[in-house]
Design a protein around this ligand. Sequence first.
Ligand code: ACM
Ligand code: ZN
Length: 787
Amino acid sequence: MKIPESKAIMNQFIKNKITTYVSAIVMLSMISFFPFKGFSQSFNIIPYPNKVERGDGEFIFSGTTKIVNKSHNKELATAIEPLVSKLKTASGIVLTKGKKANKTNVIVVELNNSITEAEGYQLVVSPKQINIKAKTPIGVFYAVQSLLQLLPDDIESSTLANNVTWKVPAVTIEDAPSFSYRGLMMDVARHYMPYSFLEKLIDLMAMQKMNKLHLHLTDSQGWRFESKKYPKLTNIGAYRKGTPLNTTYDYASRPDDSLYGGYYTQAQLRKLVAYAQSKFITIIPEIEMPAHSKSALAAYPELACLDSTGKAFPYPSQVQDEFCTKDATFTFLTDILTEVMNVFPSKYIHVAGDEASKVNWRKCRICQQRIKDEHLKSVEELQSYFIKRIERFVNQKGRQIIGWDEILEGGLAPNATVMSWRGEKGGIEAAKQGHNVIMTPGEYCYFDHFQSDDPNEPAAFGGLTKLAKVYSYQPIPKELTAEEGKLVAGAQGNLWTEFVPSVQQAEYMFFPRSVALSEATWSAKKQTYEQFLSRLLPYLKRLDKHQVNYSKHLFDIKINSFVDSVSNKLMAKVVGIPNGFQVFYTTDGSLPTKDAKAYTGPVDITANAKLTVGVIYNNVVVDKVQKTFTINAATGRASKLKTLANKNYNAGGEHAWNNGIFGSENRYNDQEWLGWCGEDFEGSVDLGKKETVNHVSIRCFNKPSSWIYMPSSVSILVSDNGNDFRKIEEQKNFSIANDGAQKIVFNTKGVMARYIKVIANYYGNIPQNNPGAGTPAWLFVDEVTVD
Ligand code: ACM
Ligand code: ZN
């Protein structure tokens, strides 16, 4: 992607745009769930098991149901604990230990090598017995998770549920995951999250059979890991001055209510590790290096590079967010990693390696000397030296490192696992070099992206990663051979929290996207998205019982507008309606009910309208999408672009700039904005006949942090024949101070014209000291108006 959706870049341009999202959608919890027409599935298990066969009858739990552990393994008690405790809480039933002779009303659990997969299981439910077989206690734990999903959703209730028959349909399930790594990453550095949230996240991950929680514990905006040896890391580095994303730290002003932050004590983290272990989840800690380290440098400025005068960069005025490559840095980091490895038993320790600008390494005398001494050719090789040196230390302790895909640059450390985030490229390259890989490509796995086109979405980092997109993810890239594909351990959804200040919003971003990812990493046979939705809707009722603030954008519905080639009319078409759902619409902005007009095909747009489309299921709106059409003389008229927009920013097609829909005020990656990189915009529109034109306007988008700039100039030209245009007005010197859409209005004073042309010249190269400096700026345009 040429427009970098980079953390580092965003950090420089953060505004407090964080808003509370008040959903206008009727709560899904009101839905009563029945299998949809057109779906034959009747087992609502997520992730969907490999093999499911329905039997006859059902097993009914009662006060006398027994449980028999046929194998002696002390972890079995842990594996069945969720069933025991949830039953007790929700139903009051206390499972008691049975004898091997018990044949009815009994749950029999057994470790058995006939199950070959380490995490696999067999679950057989008959009216008399529930049999669970697995090779290991982990498999038993996953059988229990499937069993819980077969019980009524009240099993997730935290209080006694009345009038429920605790029954499970007879079934035979054989199941095992496709991938051994089924993860989520939580960034607790940008925004600190309370300990209780981490336990809750673990509970929810366990329900989805996810098994890796990657904790991003340190970054420039906060150090969250208690070090006994380096207390200033938390005394100073855990509390930044002000919010949301300041990176200045000021010990002198503490205690001061304006400081933002927090950290986890080692005791808390040990407790969390044990809690995760009880759900068969591994916590993988990440300590950022060499970059993203301002919080550590604030505490220990002596670890920064030397400036051109030979002095350490002073803090906080220094720009550096990388550690210097001096020996003291390695002493510090190996000390920290020693403490980290003492707290976290994970075989894998994440040492980051991402987004190092290496700017100061180029200038620093010590780093330059290091390059000479180690016979390195570049700062990229210096980064590789850095990571390899850290890897040697971690390997000596019997552990392995994971790094972001930048660790490929300058040469990969010999035993490193690569986490591929800048698309799949890094993962492909690493697998081809014989390294293990975890896939987290932004397009599918970045949960800090928006999840719908809804203009009311809460602030997000950028990007757009819809639920359907996450569900469609296949972690093994097709570029890999079968042998290389085996090196792909799985995938992970990442929640960076620059724009996620609260637990509520973290839940909103994680759910239900993490549910989709759990299935993408578990189920061998991908089902259709509609089949997934048919199981997700009932699953959401379970999330309700845990008060999860999940997003209600489940469908991938869009309103596309187009000009009908026969009637020449502007039409709106709804795409992405899932099978089995009815869609209704209004044009006045009100939420449709089932008494509204049923959508049966494209709708004429002849006047200003707020087209609101609702998906209705059992009389309740379960998703909606809205587009506002504002009609003017240019709307829907024949139009031409000299050069089509860049394919990454062309979602609305070549007529998006005169389709009557304004692009978002603050998001350039919607269906409306058209983007060009290093090119001018030239578009003309035919009004159909000669008209009096009083005003022409055009909107452009400005966001220097994403390399998007206002044009250097915009001109309006008119013509009577569509060939010979004359320029009637030009404007220049647009402000680039504020991010967002800007409307440029021309007073054309009643000129008579049939054809109008707009030329917007791109900004030129990005100025120094800005992200992307020296490369061509992007130009984004949407919606011409003529009156
Ligand atoms: C990353 O998003 N910088 C790994
Ligand atoms: Zn240095």
